[in-house]
Design a protein around this ligand. Sequence first.
Ligand SMILES: [Zn+2]
Ligand SMILES: [Zn+2]
Length: 395
Amino acid sequence: MTDLPNDPTTAIRTLTEKIEAHLIEVRRDIHAHPELAFEEVRTAAVVSRELTRIGIAHQTGVAKTGVVALIEGGRPGPVLIIRADMDALPIHEQTGLDYASTVAGKMHACGHDIHTTTLLGVAEVLRDLAPQLAGTVKLIFQPAEEAIGGMEAMLKEGILQGPNVDIALGFHNHPAAPTGQFSFTRGPGLAAADTFDITVHGKSGHAASPHTSIDPVVAACTLVTQLQTVVSREVNPMHPAVVTVGAIHGGQAHNIIPDSVTFRGTVRTLHDEARDIAESAIKRLCAGVEAGQRVRVEVAYVRGVPSMINDDKVIDPTIVAVRKQLGDVVVERGPVMGAEDFAVLSRIVPSFQLGVGSAPEGGTQGLHNSRYAPDEACIGLGVQALSRAALELLS
Ligand SMILES: [Zn+2]
Ligand SMILES: [Zn+2]
């Protein structure tokens, strides 16, 4: 229990209840005006306006559209990042809500409007609790999570310095879980997401004379099939991995062997060892088909974000805090093979991404769906959970 003169549970709940209606208004405004990666100019202006209104020092224009705010505690202690992302998706909204997106083809379908607003609420609650914090809270409003690159860009701008950051807390809404439920995953919680673009070069010719051509279609098909053996035969079976070919293009006629075939896909892994094995196996299989089928195979393998590692040092005090604040509402979840660029931060400082249940009664569509409509009650509950976590982590 944090050593406070007043009961922190009541203090946080009361403060949150006072601002909840306003937060929902802000969320609906952001929701109606979605902006894609690194274009979050209006959203960042809303964030800055709100931070100014509540009297919190902050810096705008960090990595183009990011905002960084600081709340100094009453006593010295570690520096804690709490991070929200602000960008929307290139999806045309079909919820029919009266505050639905006003921008054709853009939508907050991942709930980053919820995240941004939740962090604004945390800012306001922690402003009032600051004297009780032993340490500093750095609030990160990050651009371009969906494009994967916003976190990297903000790190390059030095968000881990001045003051130096010790631990980080992230959060994401979860439409598969009911509002009011929170979740955690120990260790790797989200996957590393790498991509490959493979071009198989052959030699074009008449389909009836394959012996005078070099057929890239057969070679590409061999490769696509062989790539499935990376997971089944090469990676440790205790290490989850996915290799998916998502696109394949080549040729256009019944009777022509084409010059080349291209295909592309993604590799997801939770463990660095599996990631290394997958990359080298894919390159080796390409070289093997090259030798075996006379084609030339070009591989562009690009490493994206690493897997996200949740650290017990941040998880344990956080779930204790959420339970103190909201009761028996925290469950453990297994990892998923999606990816998030909070992972980049998780590889530098001990981090944890808290799951925030966001399904209304009767459920809703999942993330990245044009009909995704989270329960706005998850904002206030998220504010309470994260504010209490900050209090606990900086106690
Ligand atoms: Zn997303
Ligand atoms: Zn997201």
